[in-house]
Design a protein around this ligand. Structure first.
Ligand SMILES: CC(C)(COP(=O)(O)OP(=O)(O)OC[C@H]1O[C@@H](n2cnc3c(N)ncnc32)[C@H](O)[C@@H]1OP(=O)(O)O)[C@@H](O)C(=O)NCCC(=O)NCCS
Length: 150
């Protein structure tokens, strides 16, 4: 693997992001890319979206929202979506993307990053726990709320 790097989502990479594949059973855990893009259009200051590149190849995507004014704490500094191309899973791309997200959150003065996800087989729970998120609650819809304190 050559060195991973992060880039802003752009016209050049968005098609590749949309074409990234998932492993069987993973689709149900993932929010559409268009949600993140809609968020950026609605509020470009608070929305953050990046692609992970390995050389010239798009191998991952991560999006977040940072808005201390949001009344609900677990939406103030929140990882919205992360996904890694099926062929590139399990070699540190997701961990890299989370590390970069934490860097960004720190640089914006946030003291935590939350994530909401659904528990279940093929789901991302083991990954989120492995990279440092701790369960702190549950939403009214039954999703896990997990957090990293910075
Ligand atoms: C979740 C996801 C982003 C993880 O990305 P990844 O690049 O495969 O993860 P990494 O290789 O960086 O793994 C980081 C750590 O988590 C562990 N991990 C990752 N997936 C795991 C799994 N399914 N079960 C157990 N451990 C897992 C790895 O073993 C690794 O541990 P280590 O660094 O201590 O050795 C990827 O599987 C994915 O795109 N899933 C589908 C989309 C999704 O569910 N997104 C989350 C909701 S938005």
């Amino acid at each position: 693997m050559s060195e991973l790097r992060l880039e802003e989502l752009s016209a050049a990479t968005i098609v590749a992001v949309n074409n990234m594949s998932l492993k069987p059973g993973q689709e149900q855990y993932l929010a559409p890319v268009s949600y993140g893009i809609a968020a950026t259009v609605v509020n470009p200051q608070t929305s953050w979206q990046r692609v992970v590149l390995d050389g010239d190849e798009v191998v991952g995507y991560v999006s977040a929202n940072f808005d201390i004014e949001t009344p609900v704490e677990h939406f103030q500094s929140v990882l919205w979506r992360i996904n890694v191309d099926a062929d590139d899973q399990g070699r540190g791309v997701g961990r890299f993307a989370v590390a970069k997200l934490l860097e960004e959150a720190r640089s914006r003065g946030m003291d935590h990053v939350d994530v909401l996800y659904e528990a279940g087989e093929e789901g991302p729970q083991a990954f989120f726990e492995r990279v440092g998120f701790t369960t702190v609650g549950e939403t009214e819809y039954g999703e896990v709320i997990a957090e990293i304190r910075l």
